[in-house]
Write a protein that binds this ligand. Structure first.
Ligand code: AMP
Ligand code: MG
Length: 328
């Protein structure tokens, strides 16, 4: 493989000529295009089959670049950027004129984040401007957490893949709306409302499915994160048993604990800690789906956790799995 510098050069060229580049971040792989290039952004929507009203996140290399894309940059944004960037926190702010309306789904706000991955940061720095970066997968499916996942969906002609290894967080960023007061979590992620509130020194509204958050963040409507196979959550051995009775046939069980799975089933064990589970979840869902089972049974996250970090991650995992299960 050529050196990282050569690969970044190739990506920058491709982006400047209106092409698409899949890039690694700490959350999932993004499908990158120059944010101000409306045609390139249109091809991101087309390739993903993403509804036009589902806005994209603009990825920047820091707060200074973020300011160019937002009409105002409140003190709260600066404090959160200082505390969490680079990192998995996306800030929704009023957009500046620089942001084409195709990026914002026609809305007046823009979502901004600085990804915590050396290749992503090098790419944005060298390009000198922001790139959109929705998850590099067909809309509605399971997000990619390694280069191979991206290649499973798209050809090299469609998308050049900048391989940066496996994503360490494995769950999409927290989306935080700073245009309302108090700030509100529109999509849960590994940074939870408790951590945000601690930095702001003021209350933050947590994610509530089906409340205002869905309307303000249209991408959060409907099924998402879904394997093709029927996916269901279970709790405990009895829960798994009744699920398998209701959905007979070959199954893949994704679990933290040990379970009696019976014949006709396969077990994929994930780490029992929140971080490890979150990091491995999408790869496990993809592997399970590859078996074409009648059922993917996933062990529910624990109901309580000791630290704010763990609570945030489990809440994000639960939201993704609930959406995956809603799909069918
Ligand atoms: P993805 O890029 O696939 O991780 O999805 C980005 C998420 O951010 C989607 O849920 C979008 O609805 C949300 N988002 C992006 N821009 C905005 C915005 N301006 N206001 C609210 N939510 C947004
Ligand atoms: Mg996505």
């Amino acid at each position: 493989m050529s050196s990282p510098a050569n690969r970044i050069d190739a990506c920058v060229k491709r982006l400047r000529s209106g092409g698409l580049v899949a890039f690694p971040t700490e959350t999932v792989y993004g499908l990158g295009a120059v944010a101000t290039d409306e045609n390139a952004v249109a091809s991101v929507f087309a390739l993903k089959g993403r509804p036009a009203r589902n806005p994209l996140i603009v990825h920047v290399d820091g707060a200074e670049m973020a300011r160019a894309y937002s009409a105002n940059w409140p003190d709260a944004a600066q404090r959160l950027a200082d505390a969490f960037w680079p990192g998995p926190l996306t800030l929704v702010l009023p957009r500046s004129e620089r942001v084409p309306s195709i990026v914002t789904g026609g809305g007046e706000t823009v979502a901004l984040r600085c990804p915590d991955h050396p290749l992503a940061l090098a790419l944005i720095e060298q390009l000198g401007e922001g790139i959109v970066g929705p998850s590099a997968n067909p809309s509605g499916g399971v997000s990619p957490t390694c280069a191979e996942h991206v290649r499973d969906s798209f050809s090299e002609d469609q998308v050049y893949v900048l391989d940066g290894g496996a994503c360490v967080a494995g769950i999409e960023s927290t989306v935080l709306d700073l245009t309302q007061s108090p700030a509100r979590v529109l999509r849960p992620g590994v940074i939870g409302p408790e951590q945000v509130a601690a930095v702001l020194g003021s209350p933050v509204l947590g994610y509530v499915p089906g409340e205002g958050s869905d309307i303000r963040s249209p991408g959060l409507l409907g099924p998402h994160y879904a394997p093709r196979a029927t996916t269901r959550l279970f709790t405990g051995q009895d829960g798994l048993g009744s699920l398998r009775t209701r959905r007979p046939g070959p199954a893949v069980v994704i679990a933290r604990g040990a379970f009696e799975i019976g014949p006709d089933a396969q077990m994929l064990r994930l780490p029992s800690d929140a971080r490890g589970f979150g990091a491995g979840l999408y790869a496990a869902l993809r592997e399970a789906d590859g078996q074409n089972p009648a059922l993917i049974a996933v062990e529910s996250p624990p109901r309580s956790a000791e630290t704010a970090d763990e609570r945030a991650i489990w809440a994000a995992v639960l939201e993704r799995l609930t959406r995956a299960a809603d799909a069918g």
